[in-house]
Design a protein around this ligand. Structure first.
Ligand code: FES
Ligand code: FES
Length: 171
């Protein structure tokens, strides 16, 4: 057993003792009931299970949870799909996913949403040229697998959010 304390969607959890082999995915889904984080391949290959990890400097990245022990997240601050909307108000990216019919079964959606949000926050800190938008989105979403093949719709949704606010995201 190892002691675990972390922040999820702005709320502190722990310290609590958890089994060393407990995965972060099981911790979120089975212990906390946060079932928005999915379990897909279970082999760190599809990223449907990815959550956002926030660094102290304000930057962030996504991390799979399916094969990663929960204790690896000790002391960290993470965001899951449950943490995007605020008081029922969807984020621009969530709205864009809906408007672009970006998901079908939805199993990969949390991972794509987290990745897209990380990208938007990165571009807000470090703008990109309009000519580089397509490649930037493709590179960011690369590695996320969608068995319903919704790749183009996800790409279009992220692009729509970027182009809708050029002062925020574009050089
Ligand atoms: S379920 Fe974690 S990467 Fe596929
Ligand atoms: S929407 Fe079904 S796996 Fe992506």
């Amino acid at each position: 057993m190892t002691n675990l304390a972390l922040t999820i969607n702005g709320r502190a959890y722990g310290p609590m003792d958890v089994r060393d082999e407990l995965t972060m995915n099981d911790f979120l889904r089975e212990f906390l009931g946060m079932t928005g984080t999915k379990f897909g391949c279970g082999a760190a290959q599809c990223l449907s299970c990815a959550v956002i990890v926030d660094r102290p400097d304000g930057s962030s990245y996504t991390n799979p949870t399916c094969i990663v022990p929960a204790v690896n997240f000790d002391g960290k601050s993470i965001r899951t799909v449950e943490g995007h909307a605020s008081d029922g108000a969807l984020t621009p990216l969530q709205t864009a996913f809906i408007e672009h019919f970006a998901f079908q079964c939805g199993y990969c959606t949390a991972g794509f949403l987290n990745e897209g949000q990380v990208l938007l926050e990165r571009l807000a800190r470090q703008k990109v040229a309009r000519a580089d938008v397509e490649a930037t989105i493709a590179e960011a979403l690369d590695g996320h697998l969608c068995r319903c093949t919704g790749y183009v719709k996800y790409h279009e949704a992220v692009r729509a959010v970027i182009l809708a606010d050029p002062g925020r995201y574009l050089i």
